[in-house]
Write a protein that binds this ligand. Sequence first.
Ligand SMILES: Cc1cc2nc3c(=O)[nH]c(=O)nc-3n(C[C@H](O)[C@H](O)[C@H](O)COP(=O)(O)OP(=O)(O)OC[C@H]3O[C@@H](n4cnc5c(N)ncnc54)[C@H](O)[C@@H]3O)c2cc1C
Length: 460
Amino acid sequence: MDARIIDELRRVAGIDGVRLDDAAREEAAADKWFARTVPDAVVFARSTASVAGVMKIVSREKISVTTRGAGHGYVGGCVPVRGGIVLSTARMDRIKEVSAEDFVAVVEPGVITGHLQDAARRKGLFYPPDPASLKDCSIGGNIATNAGGPRCLKYGVTRNYVLGLEVVLADGTVARVGGRTHKNKTGFDLVGIFTGSEGMLGIVTEATLRLLPWPPSRAVLSASFPDMPKAAAAVQSIFAHGHLPSAAEIADRFTLEAARKHAGAETAIPPGEAHLLVEIDGQEASVRAEAAELTGLLRDAHAVSVESATTNEGCDRLWALRRGFSASLKATGMKKLNEDIVVPRGRLVELVEFGAQLGRDYDVPVACFGHAGDGNIHVNLMVDNPDDPATKERMERALDALFQGVLAMGGSITGEHGVGLAKKRWWKQAIDAGADDLHRRIKRALDPEDLLNPGKFLDQ
Ligand SMILES: Cc1cc2nc3c(=O)[nH]c(=O)nc-3n(C[C@H](O)[C@H](O)[C@H](O)COP(=O)(O)OP(=O)(O)OC[C@H]3O[C@@H](n4cnc5c(N)ncnc54)[C@H](O)[C@@H]3O)c2cc1C
């Protein structure tokens, strides 16, 4: 990169804010997916003014900019495929305010999600979005991917908690959209346009987030079933009986077997071929009554075992099994191709049967677990020899069949992680032609030179 441009960047981001060394550039080359491209420079912004200053320089010079939060994405979203600059928000990590009066938090984008949850909790408040990566990922990344997690069943995804945003546009303009109120109907839903936009429309430099009162009581039920269709049917029975748990997480036989082999001795693994974990929260008396009712309901739905907990320690112990699934699958030594597909709730039983059939058709073990209540199941193709060309080719065809099947059910190719690079190949199939065109028009209006996170799903 031209020395003159580097000098200019240093003037707006500080000497230590512009890194050209291999270590910094290598670290900014990838997320948790496998693609990597080393950028020319990494700029660590400390303020909105520095982000705006950087964008003014790069828009004049037509240099690509890829925003990086904590780099814990799963789809290559922050990989700078066109080189240029990676703009990291990691140093913009201040929690500016947690207000118990207005039930809002005002944060910089680099705040780690779990840190915000802890800060809210200390004031008796609750920030529900709970991606499994919450100890590592940032609020900016969560907003850009509209992240979800188990609790989204009752509480909704990140979008439901974004009241206001400050964004820096491609030309360096700073815009504040939405606000601090829990309702706001002034103009278009611009917060919605930026939320989930995967860093392609603007750079989030501040967020005002909605908080809830902390629910004082919780209960967890851990049930096992003779097979996945019965476990999936139990979820539908829970809804049919008027319950809305805060989480309903399912796991199949392959996942349970991996946990039996690899989870630590402290994790109790129930019998059966499928597992369902249900959490409810609220006021103590209603939680206890609902837990008792749900226990009966799960038994009626053919559960072979049901264990329950109402203390925090007990609930966490039951969650330990679910939280360990990813690690147990990794410990098999196989490569896990994790697809976070989602189908309409009513098609859940069909989806788990389809997953099993896919495994037989393409001769690949399939491990399914995830957010059953939302129809958002992580379908993991478990591959023994990922570098073998024939296996690679077979897996590509299996993925084609998976996405085709999911779309045919009225579902979507990603429920949480986003499209990024990982699902770029299937974008055209997954989106209505009119909606594709609308995406392109919005992108052109906000970033006519295609500087912000170029090379991702609109690049085809
Ligand atoms: C073990 C593991 C478990 C996971 N579990 C879940 C889960 O349960 N639910 C879920 O939804 N996801 C999950 N993910 C995926 C990932 O954690 C989320 O996508 C998360 O939101 C990424 O945040 P990040 O800060 O790491 O973003 P990054 O990876 O740094 O970036 C992700 C995208 O956001 C953009 N971006 C980042 N910051 C900004 C900003 N300030 N302004 C504009 N654009 C920005 C980037 O350009 C990129 O496109 C998981 C990932 C891992 C590794």
